[in-house]
Design a protein around this ligand. Structure first.
Ligand SMILES: NC(=O)c1ccc[n+]([C@@H]2O[C@H](COP(=O)([O-])OP(=O)(O)OC[C@H]3O[C@@H](n4cnc5c(N)ncnc54)[C@H](OP(=O)(O)O)[C@@H]3O)[C@@H](O)[C@H]2O)c1
Length: 266
């Protein structure tokens, strides 16, 4: 963890899950678009922070497990009283395999990271933004939130929560000067699938979107104050179809993509 730095005239963004994948690209975009950064992740951010710093940002790092209240408190305490211009609540992870074959403590970590820690952080920072009458919140949901996730049941459920929550919070804040944007990526080439033990599945092995493109869509939508963005035309189509498809059919389709052993390389 780095020490809080002297305040600069640049706006300040907090990016969670900035050590890898979509969050790393979001933090890069913030840095190259004039933001200073507080970046957070579970493990070392030293390498990523050097790259964001080279883009001109003053960068502070917080290493904390954002699945825990203490971890989120550590991040908020590090911030101190400084105003936050943008909160990019992106940290999250998946968990493959059948629900009853998963370890419950791992299930709980998915819920605690993707839901509890995420909304606890948004609650703390959102209140300050509302009091100031300004701020941008970008939340990484997923198109997974539109379909029951057979063999990733809890993860998809957390993203259904996040997608829904994001639209509701946006409406509650509509006259406050604070915008809320939900980034809903489809399958994206990050460490997500490895970490979720999905590498022997069809979705784990298929071609995926570039995290830099996904992050660009999210960053632009946040800066425009849009409500949501589904990244990529295939995912736009898939989410539109999901809206009019019975849940049982979607659950069966998800089995084909996420069942252990459904990929070619076993
Ligand atoms: N990849 C996809 O296909 C996809 C699709 C839709 C939505 N998403 C969402 O996009 C977001 C980013 O995922 P990604 O694909 O970029 O995955 P990733 O490459 O695995 O990166 C995840 C990031 O989140 C951090 N993180 C995870 N759990 C954390 C915790 N408990 N406390 C602190 N940091 C934590 C990781 O930090 P450490 O490295 O320190 O663990 C890492 O920086 C997630 O919310 C995910 O659900 C991903």
């Amino acid at each position: 963890m780095t020490q809080p730095s002297q305040s600069t005239s640049r706006p300040l963004a907090i990016v969670t899950g900035a050590s890898a994948g979509i969050g790393y690209e979001l933090a890069r975009l913030c840095a190259s678009n004039g933001f200073d950064l507080i970046v957070a992740a579970d493990e070392s951010l030293t390498e990523a922070a050097a790259i964001f710093g080279a883009l001109g940002a003053a960068v502070e790092t917080v290493e904390a497990d954002l699945a825990t209240i203490e971890g989120v408190d550590t991040l908020v305490a590090h911030l101190g009283g400084r105003p936050v211009d943008a909160l990019l609540a992106n940290a999250g992870h998946g968990l493959g395999h059948a629900f009853l074959d998963q370890e419950f403590r791992e299930i709980q970590h998915v819920v605690d990271t993707n839901i509890t820690g995420t909304i606890y952080l948004i609650h703390a920072i959102g209140r300050r933004m509302r009091a100031r009458g300004a701020g941008r919140i970008l939340i990484t949901g997923s198109i997974a939130g539109f379909m029951p996730g057979t063999f990733q049941a809890v993860y998809n459920g957390t993203k259904a929560f996040i997608n829904s929550f994001s639209f509701a919070l946006r409406n509650e804040l509509k006259d406050s000067g604070v915008t809320v944007t939900c980034l809903m990526p489809g399958p994206t080439e990050t460490e997500f699938f490895q970490r979720a033990d999905l590498m022997d599945t069809k979705v784990g092995q298929q071609d995926k979107d570039d995290p830099a493109d996904v992050a660009r869509d999210g960053f632009d939508a946040m800066m425009n104050g849009s409500g949501d963005v589904v990244s990529g035309w295939k995912n736009k189509l898939q989410s539109a179809v999901a809206n009019v498809t019975p849940a049982g059919v979607l659950a069966a389709q998800h089995r084909k993509m996420a069942e252990p052993g459904s990929g070619d390389e076993k």
